[in-house]
Design a protein around this ligand. Structure first.
Ligand code: ZN
Length: 63
């Protein structure tokens, strides 16, 4: 027998689960957006924007 309290608890758990999933997705999206890359002027390889040298050819990255 499923009482009203069981339904409320199940609904609360479901809502919290959905909110958690949305927050995780949002955090992941912001994290990937913040991770920007800059292209090497020598070979065009995408490097992290804080890289001092190209990971592919070793050319110094101009900032
Ligand atoms: Zn390069």
């Amino acid at each position: 027998m499923i009482g009203p309290m069981t339904l409320i608890v199940a609904l609360t758990v479901a809502v919290m689960f959905i909110i958690g999933a949305v927050l995780v997705r949002k955090a992941r999206r912001e994290g990937s957006a913040a991770r920007q890359t800059i292209a090497c002027q020598q070979c065009g390889t995408a490097n992290a924007d804080h890289a001092k040298f190209c990971a592919q050819c070793g050319a110094p990255m101009s900032v």
